[in-house]
Design a protein around this ligand. Structure first.
Ligand code: ZN
Length: 63
């Protein structure tokens, strides 16, 4: 029972993301907050389950 369901609008996306801070699985069919980091010219995306986790994670980052 591991067959994948294909969807036209999610061809290159995972079916879910994991919150960068707390590790909760994020339902990507709904909106969710993302923080971006720019390291050596490449952009890294950090998905979060909600704004609370995003704010807390940002507070814990060194500026
Ligand atoms: Zn979270």
């Amino acid at each position: 029972m591991s067959e994948r369901t294909e969807r036209a609008d999610t061809s290159t996306r995972q079916e879910y993301e994991v919150c960068t801070r707390c590790g909760s699985v994020i339902d990507t069919s709904d909106w969710y907050p993302i923080a971006t980091d720019r390291i050596d010219g490449s952009v890294t995306l950090h998905p979060f389950c909600d704004e609370t986790c995003k704010d807390a994670w940002l507070d814990g980052q060194d500026a």
